[in-house]
Design a protein around this ligand. Sequence first.
Ligand code: PXP
Length: 243
Amino acid sequence: MNILLGVNVDHVATIRNVRGTNYPDPTDVAIFAEKSGADGITVHVREDYRHINEKDAEKIAEKLQNKMNLEMANTKQMVELACRIKPKFCCLVPEKREELTTEKGLDLLKYSEEVFLSSKILSESGILVSLFIDPEKKQIDLAREIGVPFIEIHTGYYSDCIDKQRQIEELKKIKEAVKYARKNMLNVNAGHGLNYDNVQEIAKIDGIYELNIGHSIISRSIFFGISESIKKMKKLIIEAKKI
Ligand code: PXP
């Protein structure tokens, strides 16, 4: 099966919010992205609502034909939002107010109890829970113990590497993590920082279900439009397996 592409539309809301206008509307872009071949739409409702807000998430959940993946911090307010709008997937991520974007995976060594409790509430609401974690065996073991069906492996360390040798090492960690997670019956997504230059090494890895990609697609769409930018990313992902 081909790896699926989840398109993150957060940065459409970033552009809207810097001017306080009602355009561009992330819901319209989400609908258009689906028509252009996105297999799912990802939104991250941050606690400071710096891009997507609760209203956007509600609208997107209502209008989408395909699946929605709601990324969120593990807080009472966010769990209540998820249970209300019922996305197909919920990905729990760590969140710090001052960070530009998610910097690290969830530390399950520290927070497994809290994550377990929220995962239980979300699962009972019919939502498939995913945990955004670093590519480490001990985190995967804990995700399996918590009992979630999915993990999302943080590809940011790989994506951000300037040094080629370091990047090869980060890629190796991701490959080993995917293999280990699949052996442990976890479904595996991956994402963060993936772009048109670095996606194929990740897309070549057997066992990944979906890649969640946002910033590079929305950035490229300034030049080529959202539809072409999604199609180009999908083509790279599919062709990676044939290289
Ligand atoms: N996956 C997770 C868990 C994220 O936090 C993000 C960023 O919101 C992404 C994927 C998408 O990352 P990017 O915008 O760098 O493609």
